[in-house]
Design a protein around this ligand. Structure first.
Ligand SMILES: *Cc1c(COP(=O)(O)O)cnc(C)c1O
Length: 339
């Protein structure tokens, strides 16, 4: 096995030994299998290449104190991938097949799940693409479902640190477009605004609602949440936001474990003064505290530009405690990939 420096992992591609692959043709999936081949061999006519007929998921496997490996709400990823697939008229992947593929990949690569306490996790990337000899704008005749994985480091080394964001003039998705599904096209559209923000020393950009440009929608490729001075946990509601599993988990934990009032509602840019804390959330970002937001000539600071707020910290500890098996999980949230 290649030697991995567990303490210095980032978020980059590492070739692990095994990935899962299954092919759909003539109306059904084949059995699917693990392979050591990390190259896909597909037709140059594949609709995934030309018209973006593809969708993906992202989830993590967590090493627990006792050495076992947890998956967090994996069924939700399976369901969401099928919502994405249906929106793009792609073959669905049965939920059991999705979960089984993820478990097989984690088990086969279990030596690559970072040790408990390192903050690292095994990131899993399920991918569904339309392939086959084609060229017209229509659904593919064939599909490939693959799941690969790589160890990734803690998002914040040395503790949660707020970072700053800037409101983008661009839209990530259209009001009735594909913003609510996890498809590559949304990401292609977000690369330029994201790089613009980084070139100006911000962590990423924040997208406003595409219809009126008055409400916060997404933070780069993560969801937004704010905590008001009235102790409400609020996340934006909109048909063009990607329904983050982390976000729905935080809504539950805020209400049931922290005693906050949890609401999906509008977060107006003109009302940022209502919020004492804010953050971005998602599988990769976990919870990333937002220090300040730049819009036009204004820079709005929440709790602090340098210190994480107390409620954001509590939510982070509760969520990651559940994921790593140190805090009791709500019913059905944890599945063991490896006992
Ligand atoms: C995947 C994703 C998220 C986060 O979703 P999780 O289920 O929490 O990982 C948020 N926004 C966008 C645009 C995404 O693609």
């Amino acid at each position: 096995m290649t030697q991995i420096d567990w303490d210095n992992l980032g978020f980059s591609y590492i070739k692990t030994p095994f990935r899962y692959i299954s092919h759909w043709k003539n109306g059904s999936w084949d059995e699917g299998r693990l392979t050591e081949d990390n190259q896909l061999h597909i037709s140059e006519g594949s609709p995934a290449l030309h018209y973006g007929q593809q969708c993906f998921e992202g989830l993590k496997a967590y090493r627990c104190k006792d050495g076992s490996i947890n998956l967090f709400r994996v069924q939700e990823n399976a369901k969401r991938m099928n919502r994405s697939a249906s929106r793009l008229m792609m073959a669905n992947v049965p939920e059991e097949k999705f979960v089984d593929a993820v478990k097989q990949v984690v088990t086969a690569n279990k030596d690559y799940v970072p040790p408990y306490g390192s903050g690292g996790t095994l990131y899993l990337r399920p991918l569904l693409i339309g392939v086959g000899d084609s060229i017209g704008v229509q659904p593919a005749d064939e599909y490939i479902f693959t799941v690969f994985c790589m160890p990734v480091g803690a998002y914040f080394k040395g503790g949660l640190k707020p970072t700053n964001f800037i409101i983008s003039d661009y839209d990530r998705a259209a009001p009735q477009g594909t913003g609510a599904v996890k498809v590559g096209g949304n990401y292609a559209a977000s690369i330029l605004p994201g790089e613009d923000a980084k070139a100006r020393s911000f962590s990423d950009c924040i997208y406003l609602d595409p219809a009126t440009h008055t409400k916060i929608e997404e933070v780069g490729s993560a969801n937004f949440f704010g905590i008001t001075y009235d102790d409400e946990f609020i996340t934006p509601i909109s048909p063009s936001i990607l329904p983050s599993i982390t976000k729905y988990s935080l809504l539950y934990l805020a209400e049931n474990r922290l005693g906050l009032k949890a609401i999906e509602g509008d977060v107006y840019l003109s009302e940022l003064d209502r919020y004492k804390e804010a953050g971005a959330c998602g599988t990769a970002a976990v919870i990333s505290p937002i220090g300040g937001i730049q819009y036009g000539d204004t820079f709005h600071v929440f709790h602090s530009e340098t210190e994480v707020g107390p409620i954001t910290k509590k939510l982070y500890d509760e969520l990651t405690g559940i994921q790593f098996g140190d805090v009791a999980a709500p019913e059905g949230w944890i599945m063991k990939a490896v006992q």
